[in-house]
Design a binder for this molecule. Structure first.
Ligand code: NAD
Length: 268
């Protein structure tokens, strides 16, 4: 199945590396014009844009911190100045700042919640406002706009040593679902993707070490760590009308991590 996102404009946050980068490239390959949001990572973001432009696509890099209200507003206004509209928002930016609960500083708690949860709120709010302003273009898509929130298996799997991260992703689930309820009859579609272990810089310290890699693999029934492209392909589908009836749900892309592999032999 070949999916076209031509004549559509996508904003992908945190698109200078990892999953966001793969999604930006995949959306451009499907024909979308893409804003590559990044956080003080201009060189890597320019490389993503160059790759898109080299294959005939259109792209714009914007440095905007998703936890900052005025920077998110500027992310949207500069995208609209350049491309006239926004059809797809992938709220992908996310961070980890790990510590045991009793050692976690308020700064670590606040920063992870600010980027991973408040950042989602700010992007979702600007997206919905823009989608309602611009309305549906029937020849292009059945929706005025589509939002994809990048969650994690830790929206449902508790994660000791990462309470800030797990809380941010658990909160994101109800932010996404409540928004879905609120906008369902306004031609705005919103869903989440919940990746398991995907090979990116965020978890490089784990998968790059033999012990860490083996530990990861014990949690993945499918027996391999995911690639950013595993997520990017699904994001293109979720952004397209091929998934038009999918709304308010989370798509887990985790090689079976949420199947409780510890119970695979009866658990006894
Ligand atoms: P990554 O570190 O490669 O990408 C994160 C991106 O977010 C980076 O480009 C970073 O510059 C950007 N970013 C950080 N703070 C930002 C801010 N304040 N404003 C804008 N951008 C900011 O890691 P990744 O694995 O590609 O992570 C992408 C998303 O996927 C995150 O939300 C993460 O929680 C989620 N996720 C990843 C995995 C995994 O195994 N890699 C699993 C589950 C969920």
């Amino acid at each position: 199945m070949s999916i076209s996102l031509s004549q559509q404009v996508a904003i992908v946050t945190g698109a200078s590396s990892g999953i966001g980068r793969a999604i930006a490239l995949a959306m451009a390959k499907a024909g979308a014009s893409v804003t590559v949001d990044h956080y003080r990572d201009g060189t890597a973001a320019s490389e993503v844009c160059d790759e898109i432009i080299a294959t005939g696509g259109q792209s714009l890099a914007i440095d905007a911190d998703v936890s900052n209200e005025s920077e998110v507003k500027r992310l949207f206004s500069e995208t609209i100045d350049r491309f006239d509209r926004v059809d797809i928002v992938v709220a992908n930016a996310g961070i980890q700042q790990d510590a045991a609960l009793v050692e976690m500083s308020l700064e670590q708690w606040n920063r992870v919640l600010a980027v991973n949860l408040t950042g989602q709120f700010l992007c979702i709010r600007e997206a919905v406002k823009q989608f309602l302003r611009q309305g549906v273009r029937q020849k292009v898509s059945r929706s005025a706009g589509k939002i994809i929130c990048m969650s994690s298996v830790h929206e449902i799997i508790p994660w000791a040593g990462h309470v800030n991260y797990a809380a941010s992703k658990g909160g994101l689930n109800l932010l996404m679902q409540s928004t879905a309820q609120e906008v369902a009859d306004q031609s705005v579609r919103i869903n989440s993707i919940a990746p398991g272990a995907i090979r990116t810089p965020i978890n490089q310290s784990v998968w790059s070490q033999p012990e860490g890699r083996a530990g990861m693999l014990r949690l993945i029934p499918k027996g391999r760590i995911g690639d950013p492209q595993d997520v990017a392909k699904a994001a293109v589908w979720l952004a397209s009308d091929e998934s038009d009836y999918v709304h308010g749900t989370t798509l887990f892309i985790d090689g079976g991590m949420t199947l409780y592999p510890g119970f695979s032999e009866g658990g006894g």
